[in-house]
Design a protein around this ligand. Structure first.
Ligand code: ADE
Length: 243
């Protein structure tokens, strides 16, 4: 059926998309609401990942097994980690790593046991479209200052990173293992791994809501409430036109 799953981390981001959905149909499965319908003529399923890696993996698995989606696109927010990745910028992932995975000394730090790899790559073709859509989406929004579009590695873990010291420690441990991350969030690596298992194309875009520093707990809710949904809507709509 060539359905695209649009996975959002937060209800605030998803709400605008539900409002645009043609012939919306709500299906409850695995304790979650899934919205089937059409956006820009494309069959889509909208879902909330929920928060954290396990919840996101369950949602992704349900999308694949129960809804038979052909691809998964994640839109959400993240904390900026890399130098020059500022609030309001957009990061399109090329790969994901789990910053809280450590089965050493049995396996190297960050390596996912039995996969022989630490990083899971996003689908190159879908990611190229998401980059174009993000560029177009950023252009279409009226923003107070120019925002940058970054492309690279995102780290996921079951922790809201909300301290400069914590953020620096995470960043330097990841750098020591040659993982140069741009942003941190709590779901993407799990969805990337599920998509790898099933051979389903995956792409992800995250708007930077905070710098994962001492100010993060204030910046994050404010950004989510005021701007995140505008980014998610603009980028998703451009992407669906490109598919
Ligand atoms: N998502 C948005 N900001 C985040 C942060 N600082 N840590 C983890 N996930 C986030």
């Amino acid at each position: 059926m060539n359905q695209t799953a649009i996975l959002s981390a937060l209800a605030e981001e998803q709400q605008g998309l539900i409002e645009l959905l043609h012939e919306p149909q709500k299906i409850t499965h695995a304790g979650r609401d899934f919205w089937r319908g059409h956006l820009h003529g494309q069959p889509v399923v909208l879902a909330l990942s929920r928060i954290g890696k396990v919840a996101a993996a369950t949602t992704a698995t349900a999308l694949i097994e129960r809804f038979e989606v052909s691809r998964i696109v994640f839109t959400g927010v993240a904390g900026g980690m890399g130098a020059g990745v500022q609030v309001g910028d957009v990061v399109v992932a090329n790969e994901f790593v789990q910053h809280d995975l450590d089965a050493s000394p049995i396996f190297p730090r960050y390596e996912v046991p039995l996969y022989g790899q630490s990083r899971f790559a996003c689908d190159a073709a879908l990611t190229a479209l998401l980059l174009d859509a993000s560029r177009a989406g950023l252009k279409s929004l009226t923003l107070p200052t120019a925002r940058l579009l970054h492309h690279g590695l995102i780290a996921s873990g079951d922790r809201f990173v909300s301290g400069a010291q914590e953020s620096e420690a995470l960043l330097s441990a990841l750098h020591a293992a040659d993982h140069r991350v741009l942003a941190v969030e709590m779901e993407g690596a799990a969805v990337a791994q599920v998509c790898f298992d099933y051979g389903i194309p995956f792409a992800a875009v995250r708007t930077i809501s905070d710098r994962a520093d001492d100010q993060a707990h204030v910046d994050f809710p404010q950004f989510v409430k005021e701007v995140a949904s505008r980014y998610a809507q603009a980028i998703t709509q451009h992407l669906l036109k490109l598919l």
